[in-house]
Write a protein that binds this ligand. Structure first.
Ligand SMILES: [Ca+2]
Ligand SMILES: [Ca+2]
Length: 299
């Protein structure tokens, strides 16, 4: 017993001497997060290096150790894939406050955490802004506004676009936005209206647990030949303004400026402007404009 403690101290001392932290805790709660009563609260945490214990310190100042959570049907279970992570299956208002993942060493600890706010289900404040691309096509009609469920936001996007053809081109035709609750579930997806042409270009995801908060459209101006209006979309996610994701559409036209949700909000709804099919002799354009709705991520 004496020798194992000695070994641990020696190894810890060696790690410190080498300029390496003996333990390094990483957690994805780096920004405030809101969840609704009854949702799951995902608390991923990974501890690397030499540590004695690790667990989550709750707002009630109880430390919950994943290794103690042996009942798979219990109210709190270990988070698979994370050595120090836990999942609270149904949050209550008492779970509001600061959560910190803590790993202890012989002479101290390392911790990472963030604030969680739990709201009653009825308190969804709804849309606070809508944002539109400064550059858009001139044809079509606005479709219905579709909103994510309460406390859910678009965390990914898929573009439907028609690859170049020798006939009448339409390029971008529509968008699909999966909505993810801050509690983690993927309950639904929203689209507003869509054109009849094109193929789905693959879902582009924000880094978990972020949401879409900015977009720009690539639009071909009206011309004397074959019009296509919207061709492609780019977007960025909360806390990752430098990481630009692309819809993978067509390449006619120019990129417009960014349309950005206000601070501490993210995309929770969509409305599209689509030109209805004009028949075999018409010059179709399909998708012409996009409007995103923004809801507060913390309230
Ligand atoms: Ca189009
Ligand atoms: Ca056309």
């Amino acid at each position: 017993m004496c020798s194992s403690v000695t070994t641990l101290l020696l190894v810890t001392a060696a790690a410190l001497t080498a300029g390496v932290r003996a333990v390094n805790v990483t957690s994805v709660i780096t920004a405030p997060r809101t969840v609704l009563v009854g949702e799951k609260l995902y608390l991923p945490c990974q501890a690397e290096g030499i540590f004695l214990t690790c667990g989550w310190d709750s707002p009630l100042d109880e430390i919950i150790y994943p290794e103690d959570l042996t009942d798979p049907d219990g109210p709190i279970v270990p988070f698979p894939g994370f050595n120090c992570g836990i999942i609270v299956n149904e949050v209550t208002l008492e779970d509001s406050g600061h959560w910190a993942c803590i790993a202890t060493v012989e002479d101290g600890f390392d911790a990472q955490g963030g604030d969680v706010t739990v709201r009653p289900v009825s308190s969804w404040p709804g849309v606070v802004a809508n944002v539109s691309s400064p550059l858009a096509g001139v044809w079509g009609e606005w479709g219905e506004v579709q909103l994510c469920p309460a406390n859910a936001f678009a965390d990914s996007l898929e573009l439907k676009s028609e690859a170049p053809t020798t006939g009448d081109n339409t390029a971008a035709n529509g968008l699909l936005l999966p909505c993810r609750q801050q509690g983690g579930a993927l309950p639904t997806a929203i689209t507003s209206s869509m054109g009849d042409f094109g193929t789905w270009r693959g879902l582009q995801y924000c880094p978990i647990p972020e949401y879409i908060d900015q977009f720009q459209l690539r639009v071909e101006p009206e011309n004397a030949f074959d019009d296509t209006a919207v061709n492609d979309i780019k977007f960025t996610c909360t806390h990752y303004p430098e990481e630009v994701l692309s819809g993978g559409g067509e390449t006619w036209g120019e990129w417009g400026d960014w349309a950005s949700c206000p601070p501490d909000t993210a995309v929770c709804g969509i409305q599209t402007k689509v030109e209805p099919y004009l028949g075999v002799s018409g010059d179709d354009t399909a998708l012409n404009d996009v409007r995103f709705f923004c809801c507060p991520t913390v309230w």
